[in-house]
Design a protein around this ligand. Structure first.
Ligand code: URA
Length: 218
């Protein structure tokens, strides 16, 4: 919790009502580790203003899905519909993502859906490296809590966030990458498919690989 005395007391050995996001970096990291489930982490996130994005959006879109999902998808950041509804991937790109998932044999409720940043960047611009860094501890803690063996990076921003800053989606998509003990499959973002339907075949192929690996894990 953002104002959680227990989290603060871990960081400082005493109780206080200081908001977690105002703690220094080390204390913030300790407080994050204290979040023992997704609800606690979401409560912290909803009270966060570690970067300028929070001031310009309506709500923090934490993410949603199966807390024990074996497949976690990472997008870029909320758009207007997501910001209005407080849920990830519920606009046009989200509708397409649902169809992609179904076509690959997944139910949305079985997977977990997150974003590189939880607050909508103004005008849907790409989040800056500073904004991505500010949000990153939340993504990392969520990965630790959900602990999915498989991750799909949706689009260039997620691919750069998960692989390396200069990674190129055109080169990295379609094959598995081992990252911190998990397997990451980069593929095109659904919004890119809406702009350029010729990318559909590639995404279909990528999700077949995901499905195959997922089945082998079962
Ligand atoms: N695009 C994203 O990257 N994430 C969302 O949640 C919605 C659209």
């Amino acid at each position: 919790m953002a104002d959680s005395p227990s989290a603060f007391s871990v960081a400082h050995g005493k109780e206080s009502s200081a908001p977690i996001y105002r703690l220094d970096t080390a204390a913030f990291a300790v407080a994050l580790q204290r979040a023992s489930d997704l609800d606690e982490l979401a409560a912290m996130a909803h009270d966060c203003d570690r970067c300028g994005l929070r001031a310009g959006c309506r709500t923090v879109v934490f993410g949603e899905g199966n807390p024990r999902a074996r497949l976690l998808l990472v997008g870029e950041g909320p758009g207007a519909t997501e910001d209005a509804m407080g849920r990830p991937f519920v606009g046009k790109a989200g509708e397409l993502l649902d169809r992609i998932l179904e076509a690959a044999g997944f139910h949305r409720a079985d997977v977990y859906i997150a974003n590189v940043v939880m607050c909508r960047p103004p005008g849907n611009r790409v989040p800056t490296p500073e904004e991505m860094s500010a949000c990153r501890p939340y993504l990392e803690r969520r990965l630790a809590l959900v602990d999915p063996p498989l991750i799909v990076a949706l689009g260039a921003t997620a691919t750069r966030a998960l692989l390396r800053p200069n990674a190129r989606i055109t080169q990295e998509r379609g094959r598995w990458h081992r990252v911190d003990g998990r397997w990451v499959m980069p593929t095109y973002h659904p919004a890119a498919l809406l702009r350029d339907p010729s990318k559909k075949k590639a995404v279909w192929d990528d999700f077949q690989l995901v499905r195959e690996f997922y089945r082998r894990l079962s």
